[in-house]
Design a protein around this ligand. Structure first.
Ligand code: G4F
Length: 327
């Protein structure tokens, strides 16, 4: 009998990679999508022909939709990936961001407890939760102090703690993956890596002449989103639910990523990049480095894509995309 998995936020980067992964493992996948006036299904359009892939409308702020769908499909696993996930934007729409992440997670946990207590649950926790807490030399672990530095990160920490509470209080199989930044050609265009690879491709093709960026000196531990989807699944295959840091163990500045991509494109960033103060954040996370020793030891998980390969994969994909669509 096929296992059924529900994925909230299925139209996002991670939702699309996880859907592909679960379908390849023989799952029936119920993807939950928020209603928007613009079409946002481009990352999952190629999955429509698969009869095991079903799309349903859902909203994190509408608990009735959460209860109805969990009751309808009685899933074996639920992956909660939905969120307003842009950190800078969370300063502008804090209520929407915080409500969706915190109450959305609570609604799912309560529905599982009442309707499908054996269902396994995955929570998309984030390295943003560490905020500006001091980082150990070898990177943040599951036990490191967390001092979140944005409404988004505060809400993620609330949801992270809630998941732990439900795991202990109700003996639920509820796990959290503390994922460090993970990127891909499917990354949203307003996140810094994709903004850089798209701009480099457009500049190379003579379609853009400036790239505006904010803080170039923050450090991020950047991995490939496709590698990280497998880690989410592995967490739910364990006998015991738990929390895991998922990261590469290497950290680079935004400036370093910029130079890597512009080098690949054969461009000099000094000629094109301008700093725009409006893109700085009221409170920045200066340095993120993760230590995934626990994931390696317990899950047997390790990242497979290097920083250089990730930058090249993203630039090459955007170059082809711009050539096909704009040139
Ligand atoms: O690409 P970013 O917007 O990602 P950020 O804030 O690290 O958050 C991402 O990763 C988290 C995991 O740690 C997720 F939880 C979260 O949902 C999201 O996926 O910014 C990266 C860095 C920041 O320091 C930012 O200040 O790049 C800096 N930056 C500089 N110029 C910029 C820009 N960020 C964006 N988005 N746009 C810029 O023009």
């Amino acid at each position: 009998m096929k296992k059924t998995a529900i994925i909230s936020g299925v139209c996002g980067q991670d939702g699309s990679y996880l859907s592909e992964f679960l379908l390849s493992k023989g799952y029936k996948v119920i993807g939950l999508k928020r209603r928007t006036s613009l079409i946002t299904t481009d990352r999952i359009d190629h999955l429509y022909d698969n009869e095991d892939f079903i799309l349903e409308y859902h909203d994190l702020n509408d608990s009735s939709s959460t209860w109805r769908l969990i009751s309808k499909y009685k899933p074996d696993e639920i992956y909660n990936l939905a969120a307003q996930s842009h950190v800078r934007v969370s300063f502008d729409v804090p209520e929407d961001t915080v409500n969706g992440i915190s109450m959305g997670t609570l609604h799912i946990l309560e529905a599982i407890r009442a309707l499908v207590p054996d269902c396994k649950f995955y929570q998309a926790s984030s390295s943003e939760m560490y905020g500006d807490a001091p980082c150990p030399e070898t990177g943040y672990t599951e036990e490191s102090r967390m001092t979140p530095a944005s409404p988004y990160a505060c809400a993620k920490l609330f949801a992270h703690n809630l998941v732990r509470n439900y795991r202990v209080a109700y003996n639920m199989h509820a796990s959290s993956g503390i994922l460090f930044n993970h990127e891909s050609p499917r990354r949203g265009e307003t996140f810094v890596t994709r903004k850089i690879t798209l701009a480099a491709a457009r500049i190379k093709l003579g379609l853009q002449d400036k790239l505006s960026l904010g803080n170039l000196s923050s450090y991020r531990d950047w991995g490939f989103a496709g590698d990280y989807a497998k880690a989410m699944w592995l967490m739910l295959q364990q006998d015991k639910a738990d929390e895991y840091v998922i990261s590469t163990g290497h950290t680079y500045t935004v400036k370093h990523f910029l130079h890597e991509v512009f080098d690949i494109a054969g461009l000099d960033p000094e000629k094109y990049v301008e700093i725009d103060d409006r893109l700085f954040r009221p409170h920045e996370v200066p340095y993120l480095l993760g230590d995934s020793s626990k994931a390696k030891e317990v899950l047997g998980w390790e990242p497979e894509t290097s920083f250089k390969d990730l930058a090249k994969m993203m630039y090459d994909s955007d170059y082809k995309f711009i050539l096909d669509t704009e040139k």
